[in-house]
Design a protein around this ligand. Structure first.
Ligand SMILES: Nc1nc2c(ncn2[C@@H]2O[C@H](COP(=O)(O)OP(=O)(O)OP(=O)(O)O)[C@@H](O)[C@H]2O)c(=O)[nH]1
Ligand SMILES: [Mg+2]
Length: 264
């Protein structure tokens, strides 16, 4: 039997937890200011952190000029490494919630409050472009790989999941504590493996429908061929993650007096 932890978000009297919106970015100078402005409109009280991961096009400066907090990494560590940096920041600064948003404008920031609200009953909320109102389409082998990931993770997380590689997601304090200590680094593998880590640490995962669109400028970090290869590696990473021993939730992330979650 596995103990499911009660989610850990402190809701203030206005119904809003202390939220960090974390934006991993690599060479997104064309879009980053627009994304920051859109996030601000959607959730004005949130702190916005851009993790600039070795960009060479002035992304960090553009983000700072747009009013975001910027952490500049000395060399490229990938989206997973950048997100772990954001979770460490959130943990150090007492945030209740981290919301991850892409820097290329694909994620419709107006959906952020829905992601945050869904943490009332879950520790990790994944925004799905295939559930709810979205019209985003994926075809061919990419779609099949995504379906395989979705059906496997639906079983692992014991909840219907349709978009496991989505980088539009929210995490509560339990998940922040876990991900600050351990977060996968592999491109796309980070999205699926982090769900395995969360589920096996006893955290509740849930999906909500969100809207996504095409990137609003700049260039994708991977060519379609390399993106396909990465998706294949993500499938492999998922099965390796399932074969590994579960990572226990750090004690500090547990509510006082809570029993440690049992691994499976
Ligand atoms: N920190 C960091 N961010 C990255 C890196 N590679 C990509 N990103 C960011 O991660 C987000 C997603 O990357 P994209 O290249 O848009 O990947 P994608 O959305 O799967 O691909 P498209 O559908 O073609 O846009 C964007 O905000 C990128 O700037 C990286 O090496 N480090
Ligand atoms: Mg993108």
């Amino acid at each position: 039997m596995r103990t499911q932890l009660q989610p850990a978000v402190l809701w203030d009297h206005a119904g809003m937890p202390r939220t960090l919106v974390a934006i991993p970015a690599l060479n997104e100078a064309d879009t980053i200011a627009g994304v920051i402005a859109e996030v601000r409109r959607a959730i004005p009280a949130a702190e916005v952190l851009v993790v600039d991961d070795g960009s060479t096009d002035g992304t960090g400066r553009a983000a700072r000029d747009a009013g975001a907090l910027v952490i500049t990494l000395p060399f490229n560590v990938g989206v997973g490494g950048a997100m772990r940096t954001a979770f460490l920041y959130a943990q150090a600064h007492g945030h209740d919630v981290v919301v991850q948003v892409d820097a290329d404008g694909q994620h419709v920031a107006a959906c952020i409050p829905d992601l945050v609200a869904a943490l009332d009953g879950a520790s990790v909320v994944v925004g799905s472009r295939f559930a709810g109102g979205g019209t985003y389409g994926v075809r061919g082998p990419r779609r099949w790989a995504m379906r395989l990931l979705a059906s496997t993770l639906t079983r692992v997380c014991r909840t219907p999941l349709t978009d496991t590689t989505s980088g539009f997601r929210a995490a509560d304090r339990h998940a922040i504590g876990l991900f600050a200590r351990h977060y996968p680094a592999e491109y796309l593998g980070d999205t699926v493996e982090s769900l395995v880590l969360a589920a096996r640490a006893g955290l509740t995962v849930r999906e909500v429908g969100v809207q996504m669109r095409e990137r609003q400028g700049g260039a994708a970090s991977q060519s379609p061929f390399r993106a396909g290869m990465s998706l294949g590696r993500a499938v492999l990473a998922l099965y390796v993650a399932l074969a590994r021993r579960p990572v226990p939730l750090p004690q500090a992330a547990l509510p006082a007096g809570a029993p440690p979650p049992e691994g499976r």
